[in-house]
Design a binder for this molecule. Structure first.
Ligand code: SF4
Length: 292
């Protein structure tokens, strides 16, 4: 109930009083990861891992600015440690501070037991495609999902040139796993240039239209309004109400926000959702409520 009421207050304050308090705050705990995915180069970013003291200081500062939703990412957040502190200490501190929703983004290869409110697990296709893109991990991820007692597990699927044909089969597969509450689709963003995974506009739009026919049939978390906005490529960006902290710096929207051409090609569709929710599009609001 608290996050719901907060969301309504937030929308009113933003639309009527033009407040720009952060809606979503993120922390990059470190860039270490046990996988070496083809599309990801964060483990080559030359930044220090966050200390527990730094993490709590930033969490407190975001809270003071009005932030109540926090996400923790890496690298792989379950690998993060500092001087006897682990990920759960950060989750507990955030709850004690007053965050309504704490989210973890993980590659799913560690046991999915946490006090965080939501866990998003990256899976980029069924076994063959996922393991080609992310390294051999599919079996382990599915085992961890099935063994988890967590009640809010979601899948993030990033569509690229290699896995674009798996979408419907993937939706069917995860419909059969009751622990998974939904699948959110993104598109590969060419953060490091136009590589072989990048899908051009025409084909991307074809896939979005395909996704529009699947909403309602499968546990898809993208709303129709969000997908239509992706089709028009017209959501606001960089989205300044989403902040992410890494190594002493706060970025608006994401860590790669200085290239307008990259932003124009952005496949980070959850920001299209947020934009549509703030514009009070009914399907985006309905889908946002599915998280609670
Ligand atoms: S690439 Fe641009 S639009 Fe996409 S998440 Fe990053 S800053 Fe936002």
């Amino acid at each position: 109930m608290k996050p719901f009421l907060y969301g309504i207050r937030y929308i009113v304050n933003r639309r009527i009083f033009r407040q720009d308090t952060p809606l979503i705050c993120g922390l990059v705990l470190h860039n270490k990861c046990n996988l070496h995915c083809r599309h990801c180069q964060v483990n080559s970013r030359d930044t220090d891992a966050m200390s527990f003291e730094e993490a709590t200081r930033v969490i407190d500062a975001f809270h003071k600015e009005g932030g109540r939703t926090l996400y923790l990412e890496g690298g792989e957040p379950f690998l993060w440690k500092d001087n006897g502190h682990g990920l759960e200490d950060i989750v507990s501190h955030s709850h004690e501070k007053g965050y309504h929703t704490v989210v973890i983004y993980t590659n799913g290869t560690f046991p999915l037991e946490t006090l965080a409110d939501m866990v998003f697990i990256s899976v980029d296709g069924l076994r063959e495609k996922n393991d080609f893109l992310r390294g051999r991990s599919f079996e382990k991820i599915i085992r961890n999902i099935r063994a988890s007692g967590h009640s809010s597990l979601y899948i993030n699927y990033t569509i690229n040139n290699y896995n674009k044909g798996d979408i419907q089969e993937f939706c069917r597969y995860f419909d059969g796993i009751p622990q998974v509450r939904g699948v959110f689709f993104y598109f590969h963003t060419p953060y490091y240039g136009y590589d072989e995974l990048y899908i051009g506009t025409e084909e991307r739009n074809k896939i979005i239209r395909e996704l529009l026919t699947y909403t309602g049939r499968y546990k898809i978390l993208n709303s129709r309004a969000g997908l239509r906005s992706a089709l028009k490529n017209n959501w606001d960006r960089p989205l300044d109400i989403c902040r992410v902290y890494e190594a002493g710096k706060i970025y608006k929207c994401c860590r790669y926000n200085e290239d307008p051409e990259l932003c124009r090609q952005c496949g980070y569709l959850s920001y299209a959702e947020i934009h549509q929710t703030l514009r009070l599009r009914p399907s985006a609001i309905r889908n946002a409520l599915k998280y609670f």
